[in-house]
Ligand binder design. Structure first.
Ligand code: ATR
Length: 267
C-alpha cells in the first residue's frame, strides 16, 4: 500500500490502495465487482484460486497459471500476471538473457513466473528444486530441463534466479544455494526483497557476480499494475525510494530489537 499510494499521490490521482483480507475469493471478487473497485492485487494463497472465478484471463497469466492483478472493467473482472513482466523488465537492460542458460531455483508460483520470463526474453531456463516431483512437473510444463537442488554443483548456467523464500526476514543468514557454485555464474537475482541484500546476493557479489535484488522486480510488477488500472506510466523512481525507505526503517527497528535482546541475554 505504501508504494501504490505514494505513486498515486505523485501522479495527482484521487485513488487509494488498501489492504483487504478475505478468506473466500468468490465473496471478495463479488465485493470488487459490485463495489466499483477498479482493481486489486491478489496475493498468496489466492493467485491460482481466482483463475476460474474471473470473466477473462490474459493469455500470459493463463500460461503462467496465476493471476496477481484483477481489473474491474465495467463489472467484468479481468486477470493479469505482472509478476513475470516485473521480473522480465527488471532483468532487461541489466543482463543479457537471449540465448543464455538461466537457473531458476524453486518450483512454486514465483518460479513459474520466472521460467516464463526467461523464455519470453529468449533465454533457456533450467529448473532447480529441492523436491524432484515438483521440479520435474514445472520443467515439463514449460519444456525445459530439471536439476535436483543437491546436484546444483553440476550446474552450467550464465545466471540464476532465486524464487524460494530462503533468506527472507527473519532467517536472513540462509541461502538456497551453496556458495561454491556462484563463482561460475555471471549474475544472480533474488526475488526476496526483505532484506534487499540477502545472503545469496552478498555471497554472489563476493564471487564477482552481478547481484540483482528483488526491489526492482517488486517495483516493476506494481508499476505494471498501475499502468493497467490507470492507463498511465507509474513514477518508478519514487516507488523504489518509498520501498527502500520502508525496508531501511524496518531493518533499523529489527537491529534495535536484537541489540536489546542481546543485552538482556548477556545479563
Ligand atoms: P510461491 O508460490 O511463492 O513460489 P511455494 O509454492 O511455496 O511459493 O514455492 C516455494 C518454493 O521454494 C518451492 O519450490 C520450495 O521447494 P519444494 O518444492 O521442495 O517445497 C522452495 N523452498 C522453500 N523452502 C526451501 C528451502 N529451505 N530450501 C530449498 N527450497 C525451498
Amino acid at each position: 500500500p505504501l508504494m501504490h499510494n505514494a505513486a498515486y499521490r505523485a501522479m495527482g490521482l484521487r485513488a487509494r490502495y488498501q489492504l483487504f483480507e478475505g478468506e473466500h475469493p468468490e465473496k471478495t471478487l463479488a465485493l470488487i465487482r459490485d463495489g466499483g473497485i477498479r482493481g486489486v492485487s491478489v496475493t498468496l494463497p489466492f493467485k491460482e484460486a481466482v483463475l476460474p472465478l474471473l470473466d477473462e484471463v490474459a493469455p500470459d497469466a493463463l500460461h503462467v497459471g496465476s493471476v496477481n492483478t484483477v481489473t474491474n472493467v465495467d463489472g467484468r473482472l479481468r486477470g493479469d500476471n505482472t509478476d513475470w513482466t516485473g521480473l522480465a523488465r527488471d532483468l532487461r537492460g541489466r543482463v543479457d538473457i537471449r540465448g543464455k542458460t538461466v537457473a531458476v531455483v524453486g518450483a512454486g508460483g514465483a518460479a513459474r513466473a520466472a521460467v516464463y520470463a526467461v523464455q519470453q526474453e529468449g533465454g533457456i531456463p533450467v529448473v532447480v528444486n529441492r523436491t524432484r516431483t515438483r521440479g520435474e512437473t514445472l520443467a515439463g510444463r514449460f519444456g525445459c530441463s530439471f536439476l535436483p537442488l543437491p546436484e546444483i554443483g553440476s550446474l552450467c548456467a550464465d545466471g540464476l534466479i532465486n524464487t524460494t523464500p530462503v533468506g527472507m526476514m527473519p532467517r536472513v543468514d540462509e541461502s538456497p544455494v551453496d556458495r561454491s557454485v556462484l563463482c561460475r555464474l555471471g549474475w544472480v537475482a533474488d526475488i526476496v526483497y526483505n532484506p534487499p541484500a540477502t545472503t545469496l546476493l552478498r555471497e554472489a557479489a563476493g564471487q564477482g557476480c552481478k547481484a540483482i535484488d528483488g526491489i526492482g522486480m517488486f517495483v516493476n510488477q506494481g508499476a505494471e499494475q498501475i499502468r493497467i488500472w490507470t492507463g498511465q506510466a507509474a513514477p518508478m523512481e519514487r516507488m523504489r525510494w518509498v520501498v527502500e525507505e520502508a525496508l531501511n526503517q524496518r531493518s533499523e527497528v529489527a537491529s534495535q530489537r536484537s541489540e536489546v535482546g542481546g543485552r538482556s541475554e548477556g545479563r
